[in-house]
Ligand binder design. Structure first.
Ligand code: HEC
Length: 123
């Protein structure tokens, strides 16, 4: 009977451990966000960033805009990168830039821009 108690305790502990994956799900969401952001960035119908920028392993990239590289180093403030893509008046500081204001002009949702930023910060 004592052994049975031990067994039940062990079962209780292992089922408590089973609840733990909530944390690793959050990590998965981060990885998914990067993957989705990459798809959005490369998609011709969404970000279409490759039309103008070389980025990661994106094929047939254009060279109208600068290569998107070392993003974490160049944008330690994530919000600045988000704002550049969104196109706030302060970040549209390059006169006559060909860069579309993805948020301001309703091309991408804030959520989509967020995912693209997650992806860009891996470059
Ligand atoms: C029609 C061409 C065009 C498209 C499409 C475009 N960009 Fe740009 N982008 C530019 C140009 C030109 C610049 C340089 C002038 C400026 O900063 O606005 C630029 C600048 C940038 C910058 C700031 C410069 C740097 O290297 O930090 C970032 C970040 C950026 N683009 C990201 C993106 C992302 C991400 C996408 C897709 C969601 C995208 N761009 C789509 C033309 C484009």
């Amino acid at each position: 009977m004592v052994n049975m108690k031990k067994l039940l305790t062990a079962l209780a502990i292992s089922s408590a451990v089973m609840v733990a994956p909530v944390a690793s799900n959050a990590a998965d969401a981060g990885a998914n966000s990067v993957e989705e952001g990459k798809k959005l960035a490369y998609s011709r119908a969404k970000g279409n960033c490759l039309a103008c920028h070389a980025a990661g392993e994106g094929a047939m990239a254009g060279n109208i805009g600068p290569t998107l590289i070392a993003m974490k180093l160049r944008y330690p403030d994530r919000q600045k990168l988000f704002d550049k893509l969104w196109g706030t008046p302060e970040t549209r500081n390059v006169p006559n830039s060909m860069m579309p204001a993805f948020g301001a002009h309703g091309i991408l949702t804030d959520e989509e821009i967020d995912k693209i930023v997650d992806y860009l910060l891996t470059l």
